[in-house]
Design a protein. Structure first.
Length: 207
């Protein structure tokens, strides 16, 4: 992948301008160019924030939105500085801004609460998100979009189970079952059935 496009695609096509051109247009005040860049990278920004601060995002969905907004605001401020040079890999640049905004939010929040950042929060603030190939990340995000569509097609009672995904992934079966008002054994068997259905639907959509 190069300049936000699959290799060999979009080159020379006006509808797929390279990242560098979009940044130049944004600096010149082109709001449309900013919209194009956000449509290209906003999922990556949000995925980075979620991976770095999964528990906070689960507790407060607005926290992710706030950090994403700060990331794009920070990006705009940075590219408008005198002498700014567009990075070779804009995805890595945006990822770093997102991680910095998460770190700052954790530290500022703790300071406002009048307490020292705890060991767990300090670990989060360092945001040791493993690096991965951008193409692999984009591919995973596309799979997540397909998975969300499959989940929306489930029966209402199964979608209710999926709403407790964070607890289930963390193996907090009892807590999830209590929220759903069902027995833990029922939840475990239902989740196994849901997983099988989702795997089947994913395989069908990926053919």
């Amino acid at each position: 992948m190069r300049d936000g496009r699959p290799k060999g695609q979009g080159e020379g096509v006006p509808d797929h301008p390279p990242d560098g051109e979009l940044v130049r247009r944004i600096r010149a005040g082109d709001a449309g160019a900013m919209n194009v860049l956000m449509s290209r990278y906003d999922r990556l920004v949000r995925y980075t924030i979620f991976r770095a601060c999964r528990q906070r995002c689960a507790r407060d969905p607005h926290w992710l939105d706030a950090r994403a907004s700060e990331t794009w605001t920070g990006f705009l401020q940075s590219i408008r500085r005198h002498g700014f040079a567009t990075p070779d890999d804009l995805s890595k640049y945006l990822t770093q801004i997102a991680r910095n905004k998460c770190r700052d939010a954790i530290r500022i929040g703790s300071a406002l609460a009048g307490r020292v950042v705890s060991a767990d929060e300090e670990e989060l603030s360092q945001l040791s998100v493993e690096q991965e190939d951008t193409a692999a990340t984009v591919s995973r995000l596309e799979t997540l979009d397909i998975l969300r569509a499959c989940m929306q097609a489930l029966e209402p009672e199964d979608r209710a189970v999926c709403a407790q995904l964070t607890l289930i992934v963390e193996r907090r079966w009892k807590e999830a079952a209590e929220k759903l008002g069902i027995a833990e054994s029922t939840l475990r068997s239902r989740w196994a059935r849901i997983l099988e259905r989702l795997r089947s639907d994913l395989d069908e959509k990926n053919r």
